[in-house]
Design a protein around this ligand. Structure first.
Ligand SMILES: [Zn+2]
Length: 251
């Protein structure tokens, strides 16, 4: 009897070992590339006290991971700086695909995010439009409004330190990246976080300066490899390392 039980358990273990892995069932799928893709089962953006979408946006849908990351990061910043409001731009269309005014934003994993702004007395400024920031950190055409180094760094730190979602890139102009890294040093951010920021904050070549918003791109969910591709279809020459440059990946 004992031998029979042992034989059965070996047979069962063998059967389990050869069984195909059960695909993770997720309601939402990001299909294809950021600049040639679709979204199914996306999550609709909803405004909260700490994060609002600019009115009249066509793209209000993202993967659940993207919507959660935007909400949780804004919530975190508002936790440190009460009454902060993050202004969100386009995500993706309900079923993904081309979105007017964008190359990417097709598969639910891209979001445009306005900068946190402050006035000259360090009071938080909420505007329902994106504001371009010059090399001095001032709003172009309005010297009373400034890039808020502290809040914007905390936002980036919340994205990169999320732990549940992998950030693929944060597109932003070079001079704003420099401000953010300077702030990170001042705030004594962990070295590994600063190194990740150094790598993931980037001004994509062949794109207009990202001087009035962040463009956040997250990686494919682990269970969707094979149908979901992290980066845009490469229109640029490949780097020697064989990695596709994110240069095709223009907002
Ligand atoms: Zn964008």
């Amino acid at each position: 009897m004992r031998r029979l039980a042992a034989a059965l358990s070996i047979a069962l273990a063998g059967a389990l070992a050869h069984a195909a892995p059960t695909p993770r069932v997720t309601a939402s799928v990001s299909k294809g590339h950021p600049n040639s893709g679709k979204l199914s089962g996306g999550k609709r953006w909803t405004n909260t006290k700490w994060a609002r979408q600019r009115p009249g946006r066509a793209g209000s849908w993202g993967t659940p991971e993207m919507v959660r990351l935007l909400q949780s990061s804004a919530h975190k910043v508002a936790g440190k700086h009460p009454r902060s409001v993050l202004m969100i731009g386009d995500l993706s269309a309900r079923e993904g695909g081309p979105l007017p005014g964008h190359h990417s934003h097709q598969s639910g994993r891209d979001a445009d995010v306005g900068f946190y702004l402050r006035d000259s007395r360090d009071r938080h400024v909420v505007l329902e439009r994106f504001v371009a920031i010059d090399q001095h950190g001032d709003a172009r055409g309005d010297k009373r409004v400034h890039f808020d180094d502290a809040r914007n760094w905390e936002l980036v730190a919340a994205w990169l330190g999320d732990g549940r979602v992998e950030v693929r890139g944060v597109f932003v102009a070079g001079w704003l990246k420099a401000r953010l890294l300077r702030r990170a040093e001042e705030a004594r951010a962990p070295k590994t976080l600063i190194e990740r920021a150094q790598m993931l904050l980037m001004q994509p070549p062949n794109a207009e300066s990202h001087d009035d918003h962040f463009h956040l791109r997250i990686a494919c969910a682990a269970g969707q490899r094979g149908v979901c591709f992290d980066d845009s279809i490469d229109r640029a020459p490949r780097s020697p390392g064989g990695l596709s440059s994110p240069s095709g990946a223009i907002e």
